[in-house]
Write a protein that binds this ligand. Structure first.
Ligand code: NAP
Length: 249
């Protein structure tokens, strides 16, 4: 498929997990991709190598999205290296789980700063480029936890619910300039983030999923590619759960 031929995409947190799968999928569909990472330069370089060896074009860009200046510079660097910016995927995210009464200010702040404020930083910068071009697609990787809440994840659930609110506000603000904003709400996806959960928690989680299994990073990447493409040209302000039937009413 070459739905994204000639498009330029920035994926935050693309050195591993879901972000890496998104970068690989967007490149496979023809996009030039900026692979952002925080600390793991080797992992990001490996994703760039895989894209280039498949005939695609990619660049690795280090930036901590929670840092306003660094995130703004990241968007500028991606735009100048790639030539434009058509797709922004806000995927970078962390967890610092703990029960509310024991949650430290640091654990609250780190998750809000990366998962929510980081997306605000990159979206604000990208919106200026996309509004000028009168075209763009912003895709925020939220979580089912942002819809349902989850014990032990007050910080993470608040950040993801906030990200959904940000998505809807941005969708309303930018629609007249043909810039779309949507969110995905993944359920349990097999990555390093979920590998660290105790086996009992993973077994319990499987019981909540109608399809009875965790999703793959490619399941999320496929939905991102759709939202990035013209196939989704009349879709904005939506939250799409990709969760194997975990949350439907
Ligand atoms: P992961 O395997 O832990 O990877 C996290 C990625 O984010 C890495 O590339 C990491 O870069 C990057 N990152 C972390 N902090 C950053 C920062 N401050 N600035 C820039 N990049 C940063 O996570 P994942 O499981 O793939 O999750 C990806 C996204 O999906 C997250 O937003 C997560 O909340 C969401 N999600 C995941 C699941 C799941 O089941 N896995 C479910 C729902 C939602 P380095 O490698 O350089 O550290």
């Amino acid at each position: 498929m070459t739905r994204l031929q000639g498009r330029c995409a920035l994926v935050t947190g693309a050195s591993r997990g879901i972000g890496a799968a998104i970068a690989l999928r967007l490149a496979a569909e023809g996009a030039s991709v900026a692979v952002n990472y925080a600390g793991r330069a080797d992992a990001a370089a490996e994703i760039v190598r895989r894209i280039e060896s498949a005939g695609g074009h990619a660049i690795a860009l280090q930036a901590d999205v929670s840092d306003s200046k660094a995130a703004t510079a990241l968007v500028a660097d991606a735009t100048s290296h790639l030539g434009s910016l058509d797709v922004l995927v806000n995927n970078a995210g962390i967890t610092r789980d703990g029960l509310l009464v024991r949650m430290s200010d640091d654990d609250w702040g780190a998750v809000i700063d990366t998962n929510l404020t980081g997306a605000f930083h990159t979206t604000r910068a990208a919106a200026k480029v996309m509004m000028k071009a009168r075209s763009g697609s912003i895709i925020n990787i939220a979580s089912v936890v942002g819809l349902t809440g989850n014990a032990g994840q007050a910080n993470y659930a608040a950040a993801k619910a906030g990200l959904i609110g940000l998505t809807k506000a941005v969708a309303r603000e930018l629609a007249s300039r043909n810039v779309r904003a949507n969110a995905l709400a993944p359920g349990f996806i097999t990555t390093e983030m979920t590998d660290t959960l105790p086996e009992a928690v993973r077994d319990g989680a499987r019981g909540l999923i109608a399809m009875g299994r965790f999703g793959s990073t490619e399941d999320i990447a496929a939905a991102v590619a759709f939202l990035a493409s013209d196939d989704a040209s009349y879709i904005t302000g939506q939250v799409i759960a990709v969760d194997g039937g975990m949350t439907f009413a």
